[in-house]
Design a protein around this ligand. Structure first.
Ligand SMILES: *Cc1c(COP(=O)(O)O)cnc(C)c1O
Length: 401
């Protein structure tokens, strides 16, 4: 039976080594502690765990399969590439896994509204979906600039019955949407739940979102073992905040023979300030959004501008557990540029008939880079975190297709 408790971290105060914690004012600390207490309770409640497991199966369509990308592997002439198909989930990505968990938790806690921000709209759609299913009001804050750019997602959020709050202040993009959503949350943290969209923010969110996502790695480990009689040599995933990556990695942390690789966006090059989002590769320990973690910043407390061709990856912080796993050397973090990402996006589409999300294409690109240097009996498992429908028009225009 599924349980969402797995890894021994974080400690009782939400620390992964020196990272994580709850860097929030006292009244908010109380709200976070209430969420942590409710979460601790539901992890022990069989009815809650059964409901989540049932929804994963009947609603999301889990388990997602692992596909051997045989033609791509043959062309590259080295290691075998296998794809964990999170792109086949309902709503097209891994985000539905933790959004369902958060929506069910909000219902369990008797919350009256679930609030979140969204950049490109992916988190907004997944959360609006989960809230429609669970039957709880949902409010999505989105910058006016993003609203105009991301029309299909805006329409979906409205169709799903969520309230869309346009944010017009400042640059009117993700940062302002975060500020706006957070202010609304602060007006009543007792009755509202702020549903964070990755393994970031104050404790318990990095732990909770990880636990909800850890289904990905649990399935993958079992599926791979059953099919091949052994574990993969590498498991790789893209890292923005880090939820799909930690979801895959958690099941393999104790398997010393499985090398874990997190792939960050080096954008137009890590030597170009503001034109990448390679937080773990180039950043340093600091604080952002209520947690200690690696950050990219211009000055202490001033987040740097970041960029990636994949809007789901451009974040100047990163999950605290990733920060810790980097320091202890258990996970290796590598960079992939916008150009390599585009190449992988097109190659996977044309050689395997799978259009990946630009985020996921980063992990594919890393696998494509190393596969030729590895023997044919070496196996690389890549988390294909989402599908590329949302990116198809953009890429086609960019490449003149
Ligand atoms: C949002 C998103 C990501 C990045 O989020 P993580 O928390 O780093 O996983 C990656 N892939 C897809 C498809 C996404 O929608």
């Amino acid at each position: 039976m599924t349980t969402t408790t797995f890894a021994p971290m974080p400690d009782a105060n939400g620390f992964f080594g020196p990272y994580g914690g709850q860097l929030v004012p006292p009244h908010l600390k109380q709200a976070m502690d209430d969420i942590a207490a409710a979460y601790a309770e539901v992890t022990k409640r069989q009815d809650f765990q059964d409901e989540l497991a049932q929804l994963f199966a009947d609603y999301v369509g889990r388990p997602s399969p692992i596909f051997h990308a045989r033609r791509l592997s043959d062309q590259l002439g080295g290691a075998q590439i296998h794809l964990k198909r999170e792109d086949l989930n309902h709503t097209g990505a891994h985000k539905i896994n933790h959004c369902l968990g958060e929506a069910l938790l909000a219902k369990f806690m008797g919350k009256k509204k679930v609030i979140a921000e969204t950049g490109a709209g992916q988190h907004g759609v997944a959360l609006a979906t989960a809230c429609a299913l669970v039957g709880i009001p949902c409010e999505i804050h989105m910058g006016q600039v993003d609203i105009e750019k991301e029309h299909p997602n805006v329409t979906k959020i409205r169709i799903l019955g969520a309230t869309l709050v346009p944010v017009t202040r400042g640059a009117a993009t993700l940062k302002e949407a975060v500020d706006n959503a957070f202010e609304e949350y602060l007006t009543n943290p007792t009755d509202y739940l702020y549903a964070i969209g990755s393994v970031v923010g104050p404790h318990p969110f990095p732990m909770m979102v990880r636990d909800f996502q850890s289904i990905v790695g649990r399935e993958a480990r079992e599926q791979f073992q059953a099919k091949h009689g052994k574990l993969p040599d590498y498991a790789a995933a893209c890292v923005g905040g880090g939820s799909n990556a930690i979801g895959l990695f958690t099941a393999f942390l104790q398997d010393a023979g499985v090398k874990l690789v997190g792939v960050e966006p080096s954008g137009e090059g890590v030597d170009k300030p503001g034109r990448h989002a390679a937080t773990l590769s180039v950043g340093k320990p600091g604080e952002i959004h209520g947690m200690k973690c690696y950050v990219l910043e211009d000055a202490p407390g001033v987040p740097a501008a970041v960029h990636s061709i994949a809007s789901g990856l451009d974040y100047p912080g990163v999950g605290p557990q990733h920060s810790y796993l980097k320091d202890i050397g258990r996970v290796q973090y590598e960079g992939v540029t916008d150009q390599e990402c585009l190449d992988a996006f097109m190659r996977l589409s044309r050689v395997e008939g799978i259009i990946p999300a630009l985020e996921s294409a980063h992990a594919v690109a890393w696998a494509m880079r190393v596969a030729p240097t590895l023997p044919k009996d070496c196996n690389i498992l890549v988390n294909l975190s989402g599908r590329g429908d949302k990116d198809a028009d953009y890429v086609a225009k960019l490449l003149g297709i």
